[in-house]
Write a protein of this length. Structure first.
Length: 555
């Protein structure tokens, strides 16, 4: 009896324990499957579900006619999880072989970063190679889709368009100032990876990638090409230190071409350094020399202190102003106002300038935008320096009338010449294509602008300083400038800047071009025989490309 009771008691204890165990298991199951379900699912997803970044391409940059100047091409980058890859030496060996890398070097990099979870191995590889590596399923090895910027016209448009860095962010030129407009917005995808980190399933798009927006420039890539070619040729022909060229639409202020030498190819990162990347058209300061004379004459005509019919005696070919000698190349004797521009007489323009007050002359330069921001917002721009008229002595005013004693950049000079194409009014510059006429600022009277434009035609005719700027079938107006370079406050006797600024067709100007050749060194150094031929070469192509009709035969 006691034995039977003992067995029953034992069975009840065992049954109780079993029931208690089942209750614990059920409770745990309820806790795990119901109470902790969301938490555990989240933790599981952290180990298997990933959000994969999807790169978005930058917007295209096109010229005024829609030709591509910059586009993004798909590439890929290989990155690894060193903490995982360090445990798979065979995977490291295979990866090194596929990427043509040293196995020893790659292993050292992985081991040196063994506690990190991210390390780029190679950037911007071809998509085919990336796909092949991805198919290998190497543990801890991943592919990131990216884009690389490509510039179809290379060096030709480099200083205008600029370039991006390895992460596709704008670093210079248009790429930099419009980076926010051109940059796309990356997307995100949810994927599932296996225990070795391989993608096994695409889940959903969390955020769709949005490409950057297209940007249309005012540049004409064909005019740009001929300008680039001509500048390279003049650099070789005259063994020059540097050169710059600008072509503007005379009516709208749109920049049609903008070239610097030396240059660089933005597709070759090894060239993105040194003097080649310097945007000299806006970053090099120059004393504009005799190219300023037409503006002073126009102001004098406006104020009535001279007339087109006036004859000025420039004999004996030199004059003294406050102890400073001002001279001409030869004694020109008696010159009309037009001949002063044609012959580029310093003595003649000095006689006219002395009839203006310092304030009147300074106000002219200021209204032309000299030593002021161009409104283009490009990096590297320097505005120059124009002292206030209250600081001028008489000699300062006179010397500034033929372009000494202040400095500007080449783009400011080209911009100022638009007043002669727009009846004395100055439109703003634009690096973007515009669809409607811009608002203009009056600077000089329409009558004075036209009178001086006619005088500047004499510069390219027989007896003028720029006969090599003539273009068959077209009337050409312009002005040369030959300036001694200044170093450490002293003018160098054998180092020059050769310049020419021209308008064509002179009867109804549609194009303005400014050319600068820095330090030509093969015997010729004048604006008329160094810079003017570049104008002729480029402008005849520009006239053809723009379908501009001739307005007169060459005489």
């Amino acid at each position: 009896m006691n034995s039977l009771n003992l067995n029953l008691q034992r069975e009840r204890i065992i049954l109780g324990l079993l029931l208690f165990g089942f209750i614990l298991i059920a409770a745990r199951a309820f806790y795990v499957q119901v109470v902790m379900a969301d938490f555990l699912a989240t933790e599981g997803n952290k180990r298997q579900v990933r959000n994969l970044e999807q790169a978005a391409p930058r917007g295209q940059i096109v010229d005024r006619n829609g030709a591509l100047l910059a586009l993004s091409t798909p590439v890929a980058s290989v990155w690894v999880d060193p903490k995982t890859l360090k445990n798979y030496p065979e995977a490291t060996r295979v990866l090194a072989r596929e990427l043509s890398l040293s196995e020893v070097t790659l292993s050292q990099r992985v081991n040196a970063n063994s506690e990190r979870r991210f390390l780029f191995v190679q950037r911007a590889i071809l998509p085919d190679l990336a796909a092949r590596i991805e198919r290998l399923g190497l543990p801890g090895v991943y592919i990131k889709e990216e884009y690389k910027r490509y510039y179809p016209h290379g060096e030709s448009v480099a200083h205008v368009v600029g370039y991006t860095d390895v992460d596709d962010k704008g670093q210079d030129g248009v790429e930099y100032i419009y980076d926010g407009w051109l940059s796309g917005k990356d997307g995100r995808r949810q994927i599932i990876k296996d225990l070795e980190g391989r993608v096994v399933q695409f889940v959903k798009d969390i955020e769709i990638a949005q490409p950057g927006k297209q940007l249309q420039l005012s540049i004409d890539k064909d005019i740009q090409y001929f300008a680039h070619r001509a500048l390279k040729e003049v650099m070789v022909k005259h063994q020059a230190k540097a050169a710059g060229l600008v072509v503007l639409d005379a009516k709208t202020g749109e920049i049609l071409a903008w070239v610097n030498q030396p240059g660089f190819n933005p597709n070759n990162r090894a060239q993105i350094q040194g003097e080649g990347i310097r945007n000299r058209v806006i970053s090099s300061l120059i004393e504009p020399g005799s190219t300023i004379k037409p503006f002073v004459v126009a102001k004098a005509l406006d104020l009535g202190v001279t007339k087109t019919s006036e004859v000025i005696n420039t004999s004996p070919g030199y004059m003294n102003v406050q102890g400073h000698m001002i001279s001409d190349a030869v004694n020109y004797g008696r010159l009309t106002v037009g001949e002063i521009i044609q012959k580029s007489s310093n003595v003649g323009i000095a006689n006219i300038a002395r009839r203006l007050s310092a304030e009147q002359q300074w106000s002219l330069f200021n209204s032309l935008g000299f030593a002021q921001d161009l409104g283009l917002f490009l990096p590297g721009e320097v505005s120059g320096h124009l002292r206030h008229h209250s600081e001028w002595m008489r000699v300062d005013q006179v010397s500034s009338s033929f372009g000494y004693g202040f400095n500007i950049n080449l783009m400011q000079l080209a911009h100022a010449y638009l007043v002669f194409a727009n009846q004395g009014q100055l439109p703003p510059l634009s690096l973007l294509k515009i669809e409607q006429a811009p608002k203009m600022k009056p600077v000089i009277s329409a009558q004075s602008a036209q009178q001086v434009l006619t005088m500047m035609e004499m510069v390219t005719q027989r007896g003028g300083t720029a006969t090599e700027a003539r273009i068959e079938g077209y009337r050409v107006a312009g002005k040369t400038g030959t300036v001694h370079k200044a170093k450490a406050g002293t003018y160098q006797q054998n180092e020059y800047l050769a310049m020419f600024v021209g308008l064509v067709p002179a009867s109804r100007p549609e194009l303005v071009m400014a050319v600068l050749v820095d330090q030509p060194s093969r015997g010729l150094y004048g604006g008329g025989n160094v810079a003017a031929p570049v104008f002729q070469e480029v402008m005849q192509h520009a006239l053809r490309l723009r379908n501009i009709d001739p307005d007169g035969a060459l005489k």
